[in-house]
Write a protein that binds this ligand. Structure first.
Ligand code: KG4
Ligand code: ZN
Length: 346
């Protein structure tokens, strides 16, 4: 079964083709392209929705042509189109969904709407196979921080989430306080290498609360006061900035990892997946592997390029929908707001 995946929910235009066997569940990505708009948005300090839509509009059609050409496939070889229908920026989603619908209509290929977060949740399956159900996924992106109990394809229970800022948002906002460009996560990670993460006493929000929720806005505020405490950004030398970056990264990682392990223990699910852009963070991956090993929990990590936004995960989620014979309908629209919990109802 050949599935064409399309992703345009935010600032990456991505197209991929997954070739899978619906009986064995095995398959592989046979072509993939990602065009990042990061440089365009960096000068504004964040994603500008209208600019994002315009860039998707220009980038998407030639990218689809390119992956078809690369695989020597024709439209008649494509069995399904899987497209991100939400959540995300409305204009950006409309570019991908309208293109998918038009291409589907012209070429007589059915189109499936995919929840962007479900794509992230299932991305570890791109490495060969999904972990056995049930498993816990820590889904950490620029807009979301969720702990999800994955019971089966399409059955996702959110058991913990951020009450305010997402982990990626905390990376991005802290980076801005340190004068670093957007997106801040990779910048902080790079700056903090070799820094003393213990020098600045930054909080571990909600770590000791008896629940699986998160809160990161206080941490960002603590970074702001720590910067002020040493006389502001202009007064910080390279070593101060390096230690602060290391401190931010270790505070975020410690909370994420410890709560994820707790979730596995509480739900009696000894398999843990991390997904979403922040899951590309090397310190997070190392700490998670280390503490999970200690707790006897098996960890599944998608490769970094499949942690950040991509279309391989969207094509793969579509493949899993078909395999699981989830009900499909033509009656859908792009949904900028779409809770994962509502997935079962659509
Ligand atoms: O999943 P994603 O690519 O887009 C959304 O759906 O939000 O996640 C983007 C987020 C940004 O906040 C970015 O700073 C963060 O992921 N990120 C990282 C790293 N790479 C991306 N955060 C920490 N370390 C990284 N290496
Ligand atoms: Zn994402």
């Amino acid at each position: 079964m050949i599935i064409l995946g399309i992703e345009t929910s935010c600032d990456e235009t991505a197209v991929a083709i997954f070739d899978g066997d619906s009986v064995t569940g095995k398959g592989a990505i046979i072509a993939e392209q990602i065009a990042s708009q990061i440089e365009t948005h960096a000068k504004f300090g964040g994603v500008v929705p209208e600019v994002a839509s315009r860039e998707h509009l220009v980038a998407l059609p030639p990218m689809v042509d390119a992956v078809l050409k690369h695989t020597s496939l024709a439209w008649s070889d494509i069995d399904h189109i899987a497209v991100t229908a939400g959540p995300g920026l409305m204009g950006a989603l409309l570019v991908g969904t309208s293109y998918a619908r038009a291409a589907g209509m012209v070429n007589d290929v059915p189109v499936m709407p995919i929840h962007h977060m479900e794509g992230h949740l299932l991305a570890p399956g791109l490495e060969g196979a999904l972990p056995a159900f049930p498993f816990i996924t820590l889904l950490v992106s620029g807009g979301h921080t969720l702990l999800v109990h994955v019971k089966a394809i399409g059955q996702y229970e959110v058991i913990g989430q951020t009450l305010d800022d997402a982990a990626g948002e905390c990376f991005d906002k802290s980076a801005r306080l340190l004068g670093l460009p957007y997106p801040g996560g990779p910048e902080i990670a790079q700056l903090g290498v070799g820094g003393d993460g213990k020098r600045f006493k930054l909080p571990r929000p909600m770590l000791n609360r008896d629940n699986l929720n998160f809160s990161f806005s206080g941490l960002k505020t603590a970074v702001m006061y720590a910067v002020k405490g040493i006389g502001g950004l202009s007064n910080m030398d390279a070593c101060d900035r390096q230690d602060m970056a290391a401190g931010v990264e270790s505070a975020i990682c410690e909370v994420l990892v410890k709560k994820s392990i707790r979730a596995c223990v509480q739900m009696d699910a000894p398999r843990l997946v991390i997904a979403g852009g922040v899951a590309a963070n090397n310190s997070l991956r190392l700490l998670l592997q280390q503490l999970a090993d200690d707790a006897g929990i098996e960890v599944f990590l998608p490769q970094p390029k499949h942690c950040t936004d991509n279309a391989a995960m969207i094509a793969y989620a579509g493949f899993q929908h078909i395999r699981s014979a989830l009900p499909a309908s033509d009656d859908w629209d792009a949904r900028p707001r779409w809770a994962l919990a509502d997935l079962a109802k659509t």
